[in-house]
Each structure stands twice: as structure tokens, then as C-alpha cells.
Write a protein that binds this ligand. Sequence first.
Ligand code: GLN
Length: 304
Amino acid sequence: MDYQHIIDNISKEILSTSSRGEVASYIPELSNVSPDKFGIHLTTLSGNDFSYGDNLDRFSIQSISKVLTLTLAFKLKGTSMWTRLGVEPSGNPFNSLVQLEYENGIPRNPLINSGALVISDILITELENPKKDFLEFVRSISGNSSISYNQKIAESENKHGHRNAALVNLMKSFENINNNVDEVLDFYYHQCSLEMNCKELAHIFLLYANRGISPYTGKELISASKAKRINAIMQTCGFYDQSGDFTFKVGLPGKSGVGGGIGAVNPGVYSIAVWSPPLNKKGNSVRGINFLEQLTTDTQSSIF
Ligand code: GLN
């Protein structure tokens, strides 16, 4: 498969059309990013890399980090954690409060904010030094010790994160948060502020294409069964109330973030990261989704 030729052609086509989206500004630090940034990195299980544009610029991975905290929590807690959150698509925006009220503080899934906040709470209980230990886990999967949090972004979100504060407090009132509310928020804002480039993100996501085994070290990072379940959750919940549309158009398990990144996998074949900051109304990258739709069409690599 001539991935490079296909990626070049689709990228040029996408860049020649307007993005029709807005860079996230509700976290003020995120609005400083140029809307014209555009990066692609595809890596295959057979060890080949293909890229385009700004694939080596680091960006804020935001909610893509929810896949990584889910991975660590699932590894540490196993199936017992599913009493505190579900695995159903929410059909609601990522920061919605309403459903949580009538479902008694149990989030629909780990890839919306409420679910990720419960996962943060689990990790705070499980880890000795949560922020440091989680960062080490991410660095160990990527084999890259320079991956870090961006303090400025974490602080910027903390100052403006009234909705996330409301979500944790609401869940605390239902006794679904065990730790201190501010500590949960601080951990969550740090995980969201992780910065990576498309190459680093694609390389991390390759473990989900490889049944949980690091393609670089051969080490099992998570069991095949858990990797399968994480892919299933990405497929059904990775794009909030646009998850059905993403499945319909792209047909790969994936996860978006409001920094404009998307990580996606074709199990057994490849992982890919795309980055373009302008977002649609659902908080997902406009050009990112358009690119992936064309990619799985041209390479016939949707899982369906
Ligand atoms: N940190 C962001 C928030 O909590 C993450 C949201 C996202 O990427 N969809 O609002």
C-alpha cells in the first residue's frame, strides 16, 4: 500500500478547502495555536512511518489522554471499576451535566469528562504519586522521556474549568468521588495538558493495534482482552455525540481532543494521529475527521 502517496494527495486536497471550524477558546491558552497547523503521522505494525506537514510539532492532546488514563486504571483495577462508570455512548456533549443527575452520578463512559474524572479519582487512590506516576506510565509506553505536562495549559483550564468542577461536585454528592475535589481536578487538568506530536501519539496508539503489546519492546502493556475493550469504547464513545457519525464516516476506533488532535487505530495494521486545531460544534477536529474519512476510503482500511 502506497500510504505516503495517498496521505500526500488527501492532505493537499484538505488544505485547499477551508476548515470551517473554530479553535477552542474556552481554555484561553489553547486559543494561541495557529488554525493552519496540520500534521499527520501513520505508523504500521510492520514498522513503517508515513507523515505530512506539522507532524513533529507538539500540541495539547486534551481528551485523547482519557484513553491513557483509562488504560492505566483498567490495568490496575480490572473489571471491578465498572461499578463506578459505564460503557455506553452518552449521546451528549463531552461536558454535559444533565444525564449525570438522573443517572445518579454514574457516568456513561470513561471518554466523556465525568467518566474521565472518575478515572482520575481511581488513579489518585491507586497511585502513590499520581501526576508523576501517570507521566512515567505515558513515557514508558512511548519510550520517550521528554513527553510532559504543560503547566500553563493546566493552570489556564483550572481557572476556567467551572463545568468540570460542577461535574466532580455532583458526583461527590452521589458518593462516586472518594478523594478531594480539588485534587481530582488538578490531576485531570494535568493529564489533559500532556503535549505530544503526531509521531509520538501514533507510536503510543500502536499498542491498541497490537493487542496491548508494545511493538517496540515486545512487552505486554495491557492484556489482549483489555486492549479489545478499550478499542470498543473508543469506537462507540470516542467522539462524544459524534461517535456514530465518526464510525459511519471513518470506521476506526479513535479518540479526539479539543486541542484538535485525533488518535485512531486499525487493529492489526496501523495507528494514526492527525492534528488540525479548528473544531466543529461537537469539539472534534473538522479537517482531522475529513482526512480520516478519505484515508479509510482510499486505502479501504475501515474495520467495517
Ligand atoms: N480539558 C478539556 C475539558 O475538560 C478536555 C475536553 C476535550 O478534549 N474534549 O474540557
